[in-house]
Design a protein around this ligand. Structure first.
Ligand code: NAP
Length: 298
């Protein structure tokens, strides 16, 4: 049975089927021919060096920004991820964050729960219809978010590295997208290329009526600049599923009433996590059977 190294805990519904066909190793060794990690796991070069016979890295997630892809290419290590199966759930969470921030639902829920309603009605919030959602990264998730927000009467604009054959308005720069948007939804990959794309200038362009939504990766947003923009009214609010230093959320963010904060739950449903686990297992089985990978990254 091929040996698989698991450097960090994974859910039972993933470990059990892996164990059925492979030997699991919790410590790195020359036996290991595969590595299975979550999307947020940083695969260090030192870990790769301790796995001299590694053939494949199977990522339990769509984002593979924690994997040094060029190094893997150099060593001929294949990489797989779990695209598509999580798209709809993540788009639901992005939509939920848009609704929660616009209608102040987190605050309203806390108001009701605290018994504050008897002291007066909850303040008015903002409607979605007629507002513009600007999507940074119109990929699988970005498109599913656009589809949902259209149903709320919103207009859609987007920015990516190139225009796409879609009916939405393409903005040639991120600043233009931010200026156009009431809600700026981050849905591009993480990694060096997108690090701190959302900076102080972009937040100024989003403006005092604007809200930032991030369901992509914490690294895309300069969190210090975001905190300052929230504290000083440069933007109206933020809905965040991901953070720069997960699972740690800065106290300044938790102190901001104009934020909705989620613990990276974009794909966290029974149905989706099981579908992701199945893809991980199918990719490993295909690799060891000498068949084409189901969802190869490289
Ligand atoms: P995808 O289909 O590959 O879409 C990514 C989009 O980002 C593409 O349309 C691409 O468009 C755009 N993009 C890439 N590089 C860019 C850049 N430098 N500047 C601007 N746009 C860029 O991926 P997906 O399945 O939608 O997933 C997107 C990301 O969501 C993942 O990488 C992952 O990090 C994150 N995610 C988060 C959760 C969660 O739980 N919160 C769950 C799943 C995924 P162009 O090529 O035209 O630029």
């Amino acid at each position: 049975m091929p040996a698989i190294h698991l450097p960090a805990p994974l859910p039972d519904f993933l470990v059990t089927p892996i164990q059925a066909e492979h030997e699991i190793e919790l410590k790195p060794s020359a036996n290991a021919r595969a590595l299975v990690v979550t999307g947020g796991f940083a695969v260090q070069e030192s870990l790769l060096n301790s796995l001299p016979n590694l053939e494949i890295i199977s990522v339990f997630g769509v984002g593979y920004d924690g994997v040094p892809i060029s190094l893997c290419r150099q060593r001929g290590i294949r990489v797989t991820n779990t695209p598509d199966v999580l798209t709809e759930d993540v788009a639901d969470i992005a939509t939920a964050l848009v609704l929660m921030t616009s209608r102040r639902l987190g605050e309203a829920e806390r108001h009701a729960r605290a018994g504050s309603w008897v002291q007066g009605a909850f303040p008015l919030a903002h409607a979605l219809r007629g507002k513009t959602a600007g999507i940074l990264g119109l990929g699988h998730i970005g498109k599913a978010v656009a589809h949902r927000l259209l149903a709320h009467g919103m207009k859609i604009a987007y920015h990516g590295r190139r225009p796409q054959p879609v009916e939405y308005h393409y903005c040639g720069s991120l600043i233009e997208l931010a200026e156009t948007s009431d809600f700026l939804v981050v849905a591009c990959p993480g990694g060096d290329e997108t690090r701190h794309l959302i900076n102080a200038g972009v937040l100024r362009a989003l403006g005092a009526g604007g809200t930032l939504i991030n369901i992509a990766r914490g690294s895309v947003v300069d969190e210090g600049a975001l905190i300052q923009a929230l504290q000083t009214g440069v933007i109206r609010g933020a809905g965040l599923d991901v953070f720069e230093n997960e699972p740690h959320i800065p106290a300044q963010l938790t102190a901001c009433v104009n934020t909705v904060l989620l613990p990276h739950v974009g794909s966290a449903t029974h149905e989706t996590r099981r579908a992701m686990a199945q893809l991980v297992v199918e990719n490993l089985s295909a690799h060891f059977a000498g068949k084409p990978l189901i969802t190869p990254v490289c």
